[in-house]
Design a protein around this ligand. Structure first.
Ligand SMILES: *Cc1c(COP(=O)(O)O)cnc(C)c1O
Length: 367
């Protein structure tokens, strides 16, 4: 695999974005009304960023333009072969009004890893972070200031070349859109019931499980429906060796009685930035962190014996969610609930919202 981290400096020089203001932008009053109760993923800001890529011209034509429909040729490769990747990252408003993102370099690096796997071009980290700054420069008023609210940023990239042959597209688009997000848990954190999917996998060895690509989500929708039909909130997937993978949108952590915190590791798991950050905070507290395979048997026996004292899921959207039950067609294991998950959640969100010292230098101011 070639390492393109050493791109020529001309590739990573600041881009000059052409800015077209949205003349039909929401009024401050309309915006405030939405920010009162933004929900998740249904309201969008007034603008979006787009940058084109072509085999010949590289990254070019960076723009900030009014949010709106994308015009695509019906033969655009993404519509047929799913060559698409995305990211998820939040912008937080601090008490002094400033706006910060959390470890955006990590999202940029992961977008590049996903790009390599999906044969898409790598957007330089500098351009990724700059695209966030450009959008916040015009839509900063959309970063809410209520408790646990944020502006959810959704960068994505797809093959837009009109060509039905099967090969990596020679024309690609990168976009960044943003959606205000309310507190994930209204009325307190509720432990979730997790359905163990025995019939379906989200990824296979050598597949795309470690890339943040739409297809992984598409294949998780049917098992997710199965989970809902069984009265569960989410699905947990196993790999072909019977090891625990993840929930398909959140990583999993196991807390042991002796102070170890263990998270499954394999090349079919998407490595979460929330997971990595929580493990760092756990390490700072003197806990022992293990990244390794965890079998379903280890999980079930650990809970039965009392060695496992807490199980939780984590990801950018919900941050931390305690797992209250593991359910399958032939068993239902209640999960022990402890204090660590919520205490780590509080520490992490305190850092993100500027209420606690950012010892690791994770925050990047973007306004
Ligand atoms: C995005 C994602 C996660 C969580 O990653 P974070 O960086 O913590 O948000 C976990 N699993 C999958 C499959 C994902 O796409």
């Amino acid at each position: 695999m070639t390492d393109t981290a050493t791109t020529a400096s001309s590739d990573t020089a600041e881009l000059t974005f052409a800015v077209t203001k949205n003349l039909a932008a929401k009024s401050p009053a309309q915006r405030e009304e939405i920010l009162q109760n933004p929900g998740f993923g249904t309201n969008f800001t007034d603008h979006m960023v787009d940058i084109c890529w072509s085999e010949k011209g590289g990254w070019h034509r960076p723009r900030v333009q009014p949010y709106g429909p994308i015009s695509l040729d019906p033969a655009a490769a993404v519509l047929h072969y799913g060559q698409e990747i995305f990211e998820g990252i939040k912008a937080y408003r601090h008490a002094d009004g400033s706006v910060h993102t959390f470890r955006p370099d990590r999202n940029a690096e992961r977008l590049r890893r996903s790009a390599r796997r999906m044969a898409l071009p790598e957007l330089p980290t500098e351009h990724f972070v700059q695209s966030i700054r450009e959008l916040i420069a015009v839509d900063g008023g959309w970063v809410p200031s209520g408790a646990d609210q944020s502006l959810y940023l959704r960068p994505f990239m797809f093959a837009k070349e009109a060509f039905l042959g099967v090969r990596p597209a020679k024309k690609v688009a990168y976009y960044l859109i943003a959606s205000p997000a309310g507190a994930y848990f209204t009325g307190g954190v509720k432990p979730v019931r997790i359905w163990l999917s025995k019939n379906y996998a989200r990824a296979g060895k050598g597949g795309t499980g470690a890339a943040k690509t739409g297809g992984n989500y598409a294949s998780s929708l049917l098992p997710q429906s199965e989970a809902s039909a069984q009265g569960c909130d989410q699905v947990v997937f196993l790999d072909q060796d019977g090891n625990v993978e993840e929930l398909g949108g959140m990583n999993v952590m196991f807390v042991y009685k002796d102070g170890r915190i263990v998270t499954p590791q394999s090349d079919t798991i998407l490595e979460g930035i929330t997971r990595d950050s929580l493990l760092q905070l756990a390490e700072d507290r003197g806990l022992t962190v293990e990244r390794r395979a965890v079998s379903l048997d280890e999980w079930r026996q650990g809970v039965a014996s009392g060695d496992i004292v807490e199980v939780f899921a984590c990801g950018t959207a919900a941050v931390v969610t305690p797992i209250g039950a593991l359910v399958s067609d032939d068993f239902e294991d209640q999960q022990p609930l402890g204090e660590l998950a919520m205490s780590l959640r509080e520490e992490l969100t305190d850092i993100q919202y500027g209420r606690r010292e950012d010892k690791h230098g994770w925050l990047v101011r973007v306004d």
